[in-house]
Design a protein around this ligand. Structure first.
Ligand SMILES: *Cc1c(COP(=O)(O)O)cnc(C)c1O
Ligand SMILES: [Zn+2]
Length: 372
């Protein structure tokens, strides 16, 4: 069997390149790295495989099948639905082993980390990413440290602990916690969902699935809840590759929705800012997208602009209403997931839309009562 090419790392700031088998998580200039990767595959071969995200093996940056760390996740259902009087597609991303789409990124990233023979990793997260990376680390027998803010939702912390990861509680802002994690990662490997490019090459499987499930075509627009942008950027990469291969002609409009309590990307987009604005973060029920300084913010804005997308901001009231609308239709998700539907109401009804429902309401346990 011939070996597939694993691509290379590229620093988007200084342009340095590295072999993608090097055990590094940042450029010598300090910036994060991108993985430049050009997959090749045959549709017919893929269609015969098991319905998991690993059916796109040729598109995933892992050399050996034996490296895969998987719970047979992915290929989540797409439903036709009508919400707030609008026809749309929903993709049920809360049906993942750990309860959120983050498993796409974790499965691919942890598989690669296992292949690189890394034994101990660090991540910082207030919830779903930490839980997801902990679960896959447990399966791969990799030691995992998760840095969390004080006040992170307790049910998610229990989940992380059940998977056997070591929790480090840090007081301070999310940026401070990320900084502490990176300091800790000087000697270890930083397996961050927002920094690590392998994570995005896992979330890109969202685009592959959407395309295949709709009959190898793309919808006109997709609306995402937007924090660090891992699902939006992964989708951009995925659709871009599908375009390069010649399966689709155009990338869908990528639309991000933020909570008005924390909307740096909304402001940068609409005010055409050269720098991320310093914002004061207010409390929001959409805690999963409360990210004041998304590290890949420039890439997010570029992807949104290039695809003719937009960034929308919604209030707490609007998120609550969307959450309830979903419940009334038998869909129990966490408030962060309702943000995209809240944003839908601010978009003209003229195109075929798809919304991912990103995380399960079951993850919040008793806390969901507050939103009734
Ligand atoms: C992480 C997460 C998001 C936001 O994704 P980003 O990659 O940070 O933009 C949305 N919903 C849920 C449930 C999440 O866990
Ligand atoms: Zn660099």
């Amino acid at each position: 069997m011939h070996k597939k090419s694993m691509g290379h790392f590229l620093c988007p700031v200084c342009g340095r390149e590295y072999d993608s088998d090097e055990i590094i998580w940042k450029c010598t200039c300090g910036n994060f790295l991108d993985l430049i990767y050009h997959p090749e595959f045959k549709r017919r071969k893929i269609e015969q495989r098991e319905k998991t995200l690993w059916r796109y093996f040729e598109a995933l940056p892992v050399s050996e099948k034996s490296s895969t760390v998987s719970f047979k996740e992915g290929f989540t259902p797409i439903l036709r639905s009508n919400l707030f009087g609008r026809d749309l597609f929903l993709k049920l991303e809360f049906l993942f082993p750990t309860g959120s789409f983050k498993d796409r990124g974790s499965s691919v990233m942890i598989s690669k980390i296992k292949e690189l023979r890394v034994k101990e990793i660090v991540e910082d997260s207030s919830g779903n990413a930490g839980a997801s990376i902990s679960a896959y680390s447990a399966k791969a027998k990799i030691k995992c440290h998760i840095f969390v803010p004080e006040g992170a939702p307790e049910p998610k912390l229990s989940q992380i602990q059940f998977y056997g990861a070591e929790i480090h509680r840090i007081r301070g802002s999310r940026d401070k916690i990320a900084e502490e994690a990176r300091k800790f990662a000087k000697k270890l490997y930083y397996a961050s969902h927002s920094w690590n490019p392998f994570f995005l090459h896992g979330t890109k499987t969202f685009a592959y699935e959407v395309c295949e499930q709709l009959g190898w075509r793309a919808p006109e627009a997709i609306i995402f809840p937007l924090g660090n942008g891992t699902l939006l950027l992964g989708s951009y990469i995925g659709f871009d590759e599908l375009r390069e291969i010649g399966i689709i002609e155009e990338i869908p409009r990528l639309i991000g929705v933020q909570s008005s309590a924390c909307n740096p990307l909304f402001r940068a987009f609409h005010e055409n800012l050269e720098k991320l604005p310093e914002i004061e973060v207010r409390k929001t029920i959409a805690d999963g997208i409360s990210v004041a300084k998304p590290v890949r913010w420039k890439q997010i804005l570029k992807a949104v602009k290039e695809t003719g997308g937009e960034i929308i901001s919604v209030d707490e009231e609007e998120i609550l209403e969307a959450l309830k609308e979903l419940g009334r239709n038998g869909l129990y998700v966490e408030p962060t997931s309702a943000v995209a539907l809240a944003g839908l109401r601010k978009i003209e009804d003229r195109e075929e839309l798809l919304i991912p429902l990103t995380g399960s309401g079951l993850k919040l346990g008793e806390r969901m009562k507050e939103f009734l």
